[in-house]
Design a protein around this ligand. Structure first.
Ligand code: F3S
Length: 407
């Protein structure tokens, strides 16, 4: 890989040990992936925050960067932590876990990272960092990566927690994969027929993720998808497969400005998916579970404004049934930006709202939960695997019907 004189200087320790280590990580990654050079980035989003998933190894890595004087050099935000940073007691989090989690957040803050604890940085640009078409960025968190590439036209690979922190520190990333024009062209055309419910977008994403794991889909026939639908579709696609980019005809920016021939000529497979096919996907990938469900978890990806409005419309005038819980996860900044009446209306129904975290990266299993319902294809994928929680996927309307009654 060809480095500039400045990059060689950093690699040889000329900017101190933290930058040297970060540069070493990126050069090793770039050589492994066949990158020709490093490129400048305008933003980093760092995953690997929860003590549940990162453990002592994460603390040790952050301490090393901290002790070596590391600082991020581009606007950098942080993925969800393992708990609500204020309401962790109400969540039932063990104080020992909370102490470790607090240490991780403090260490990230000492490196200059905005301790946002959100997986929807793309909904918070005014406060965080603006990212636009063609910008090179280094983001971790697969739902944010696929959203940034697809909906914003920005360019990032699916970074791991170490590589995105290294990129944040030296302001560069290896030039390969999603950073290259030719790697962003669609390889499979997916035509959708019929009306799509909100949940169908999760199922479509999961189906594409499982069946076209290494492809780039061009989706045709989606009728006016809203932001929450696209968030859920991308999150399920990236959870079930290794995808980092999709195009939706007439919706995503690169599909709108592309040379149609360049898209068409690159496609080597074409499939059609009907609503009956999606019902079969539900049966196959998200079967119903045995036993009574008392707890429902929503907000994967974390709830944005659109999902809050949908939730409010569904639960207005209702209250939770005795013994039922709905846990909703969102970002602190997003929550603060919402209409107070909207938030109060959701809370009045009995929904527990937590910030800074989510159902997957918080230790819900250690808090006694063994079964859950969710409206998220991504959460339904990860909860059984990461937390041994049997999970049933269902539309938000069914969650409200099962858990609430008219007030
Ligand atoms: Fe976000 Fe947690 Fe889901 S980080 S995408 S809410 S697994």
């Amino acid at each position: 890989m060809e480095l500039t004189a400045d990059e060689e200087r950093i690699l040889n320790g000329g900017s101190g040990p933290a930058e040297e280590l970060a540069m070493r990580i990126l050069v090793n990654l770039g050589e492994l992936e066949g990158a020709d050079s490093l490129i400048r980035i305008v933003s980093a989003h760092i995953s690997g925050v929860s003590y549940k998933t990162g453990g002592e190894g994460l603390i040790k890595m952050l301490e090393r960067f901290h002790d070596d004087g590391g600082k991020v050099s581009v606007p950098s935000s942080l993925n969800p932590a393992g708990m609500d940073l204020d309401l962790w007691g109400k969540m039932g989090i063990d104080p020992a876990f909370a102490k470790k989690q607090g240490r991780i957040i403090k260490l990230y803050g000492s490196l200059g990272v905005e301790t946002t604890c959100t997986c929807i940085p793309y909904e918070l640009f005014s406060k965080l960092h603006p990212v636009g078409m063609g910008d090179h960025i280094a983001w971790g968190e697969s739902n944010a990566v696929i959203y940034a590439n697809s909906m914003l036209g920005a360019r990032t690979n699916r970074e791991g927690s170490i590589s995105c922190l290294a990129s944040a520190i030296v302001g560069r990333t290896p030039n390969y994969g999603m950073h290259l024009d030719e790697k962003r062209l669609p390889t499979i055309e997916v035509s959708v027929s019929g009306e799509m419910s909100a949940l169908d977008h999760d199922l479509l994403g999961a189906h594409i993720g499982v069946n076209f794991n290494s492809g780039i889909p061009l989706i045709k026939g989606l009728k006016g998808p809203e932001l929450p639908d696209l968030k859920h579709m991308g999150a399920a696609m990236a959870a079930k497969g290794g995808l980092a980019l999709y195009h939706v005809e007439g919706v995503t920016p690169e599909s709108r400005i592309c040379d149609p021939a360049s898209f068409e000529n690159n496609i080597d497979d074409r499939v059609t998916i009907s609503s009956e096919d999606l019902s079969a996907v539900k049966e196959e990938l998200y079967p119903t579970i045995d036993g009574e469900i008392d707890t429902y978890v929503i907000g994967c990806p974390q709830l944005g404004k659109g999902e809050f409005q949908r939730l409010y419309r569904s639960i207005k005038g209702k209250r939770l049934l005795p013994g039922k819980r709905i846990l909703a996860f969102t970002s602190r900044d997003l929550l603060n930006s919402l209409d107070v009446e909207l938030v109060k209306g959701v809370e009045k129904a009995g929904v527990e709202i937590y910030r800074d975290t989510c159902m997957v990266v918080s230790p819900l299993d250690m808090m006694g939960m063994s079964r859950a319902g969710t409206d998220s294809g991504k959460a339904a994928h990860y909860l059984p695997r990461m937390s041994r929680i049997s999970t049933e996927l269902m539309p938000i309307e069914m969650i409200i019907e099962n858990a609430a009654e008219p007030r």
